[in-house]
Design a protein around this ligand. Structure first.
Ligand SMILES: Nc1nc2c(ncn2[C@@H]2O[C@H](COP(=O)(O)OP(=O)(O)O)[C@@H](O)[C@H]2O)c(=O)[nH]1
Ligand SMILES: [Mg+2]
Length: 249
């Protein structure tokens, strides 16, 4: 069922940025600072929600103390049901912005690109970061090539029209987002992103892809374990193919 919007729309920021974190103590403060500068540059009203899954390295504490004087930066410390997609959902449900922007917090996604995508979502329902259109890319050529091949597999098996179904960098107009069924999308890990794209496509949301070139992770380590993620995503693609075949997404 579509969720009702939880907030009074008065005094709504232009953009809510959802930043899911796990063990990102050394990235979160510089990232939020860069985002604030970008939003100031284009004169946008923003709120930034850091959604931390009780990181043992003190990510939430670092963000809270660095931005104690900025009411536009909210730190949510989760204590149950950990997970990337559930954290993003919680951030979205606690946000107020007319546009919701979701990005990684390790500088794989560049603040400049993210802010451009949030501007795109003022004009169409969904702005999507893509590594596989002209101007996009990744510093790690092997990962780039494997992701490229995997996206071709996804496009053929799921009928998605997007070139990059795995970037996880997107901005969506709030009114369009809340038409979608969150229970069908927000669970698991990065697989939530291709469920979001598929259901958006199915619901007829308008979209524009924006080329993004990933940065190197600035500090700390990745949480993605290649083989287990590959298996998880492939299981999910097969499940969605089945539901596509019987027309029951
Ligand atoms: N809240 C929350 N964030 C997570 C979790 N796992 C990963 N993240 C965040 O999701 C983003 C992507 O994770 P990352 O390890 O960089 O994955 P990679 O880019 O595929 O290597 C980063 O901002 C992480 O901090 C989680 O379980 N909970
Ligand atoms: Mg990363």
């Amino acid at each position: 069922m579509p969720l009702t919007e939880p907030h009074d729309p008065s005094g709504r920021p232009d953009v809510s940025v959802i930043l899911p974190t796990f063990q990102e103590r050394d990235n979160i403060v510089p990232l939020v600072e860069e985002l604030r500068q970008e939003f100031k540059r284009i004169d946008a009203r923003y709120e930034i929600l850091v959604v931390d899954d009780k990181s043992p390295d003190g990510t939430a504490m670092a963000a809270r103390s660095a931005f104690a004087d900025d009411s536009g930066v909210v730190v949510i410390e989760r204590s149950s049901n950990p997970g990337l997609a559930l954290s993003i959902r919680e951030g979205i449900e606690k946000s107020h912005g007319a546009v919701v922007l979701v990005m990684d917090t390790d500088f794989n996604h560049q603040p400049k690109d993210a802010v451009l995508i949030s501007e795109v979502a003022k004009l169409v329902d969904l702005g999507i970061g893509s590594r596989f259109i002209f101007g996009g890319g990744m510093p790690n050529r092997l990962r780039y090539f494997l992701s490229y091949l995997y996206n071709i597999f996804m496009r053929i098996s799921l009928g998605t029209r997007m070139d990059d179904n795995l970037s996880g960098l997107f901005a969506v107009r709030r009114t369009a987002l809340f038409k979608l069924d969150f229970d069908k999308i927000f669970w698991g890990y990065g697989d939530y992103f291709f469920r979001l794209l598929l259901l958006s496509q199915r619901a007829g949301l308008t979209h524009v892809q924006v080329p993004v070139f990933y940065g190197e992770r600035a500090a700390g380590g990745s949480k993605t374990r290649f083989m287990s993620i590959f298996m998880r995503y492939t299981r999910e693609v097969v499940r969605l193919m089945y539901f596509r075949a019987i027309n029951r997404w």
